[in-house]
Write a protein that binds this ligand. Structure first.
Ligand SMILES: [Zn+2]
Length: 85
């Protein structure tokens, strides 16, 4: 019983932490540059490709945070992880 309830709690926490939310970056709320909405789904993308290294972007610790607009699917890239609200 204790294990089952713990699992249910854990899966609910995961769903809440990965669902669409509002974010801010650099002290400014992130808005979709395509449709202007403010709900995003967070993801991660690797930057350590040959092209990125060539472009001098390998300072970003080889990971970028992506925010995908919940309304239109536009993906925004951030080298610094935006703050989730
Ligand atoms: Zn959008």
């Amino acid at each position: 019983m204790g294990i089952w309830n713990g699992l249910k709690r854990a899966s609910r926490a995961i769903a809440e932490s990965t669902g669409p939310a509002k974010y801010s970056s650099g002290g400014k709320q992130v808005r979709c540059e395509h449709c202007g909405r403010d709900q995003f789904t967070e993801g991660n993308a690797q930057l350590n490709t040959a092209g990125m290294t060539f472009m001098g972007l390998d300072w970003a610790n080889q990971t970028a945070t992506t925010l995908m607009c919940h309304a239109c699917g536009r993906i925004h890239w951030f080298g610094i992880r935006p703050e989730r609200h």
